[in-house]
Design a protein around this ligand. Sequence first.
Ligand SMILES: [Zn+2]
Length: 203
Amino acid sequence: MVSSMSSENIINKIASNPLDGVLELLKILNEYSAKLTELAKAICRNLNLTEDLRITLFFGRLYEHEVEKGPLVEVKGVGIIRRDIEGLYDPKRKAIMLPVPDPPRDICTTLAHELMHHCQYTCHTNVCRSICEYWLSPEEGDEIRRQIPYDFRPHEIEAYSKDKNLCSKLKEFKEYSEFENTMINAVNKVKQWLTAFILLHGP
Ligand SMILES: [Zn+2]
């Protein structure tokens, strides 16, 4: 079960020494990642996407376009795509990485965007045509990443053009509202951990 451990116990762990404190954070992240993974699998079932997917929470911040390190190019007459996605899909691990304690400002669009990538890398039959039409392998993804800038990558163009619609569809699933609530609980737990850690071991 998620967060079986009381706040008092967490503070005791953090107080004992900083190493145990950080391991405690790892435990919190893994507990919530497991719960979110179950919900994401259920969402995939509803969408006819493969359930071979995991969610990994990490302590930090990221925007997909920054991590993906696409060289910014300005081409006359071509606008850059919007870059508000605060998550990342790892096609080799089939994992969606999501940040805490500052969660994506738009959890729904971020999840939908990364599910688009999950579809692109894992769906190779007509079953998921309604979600994604562009399919590639992790190796093709690597090649594209090396040679084509972020804004021009076909899987990004498709994901950005369809993530808002997919988000509307996600909102019809009860598992999605549970997903969002679980994210909020995870965020609160990590904030609590951070406050205690800074208080006990901070400068
Ligand atoms: Zn993307």
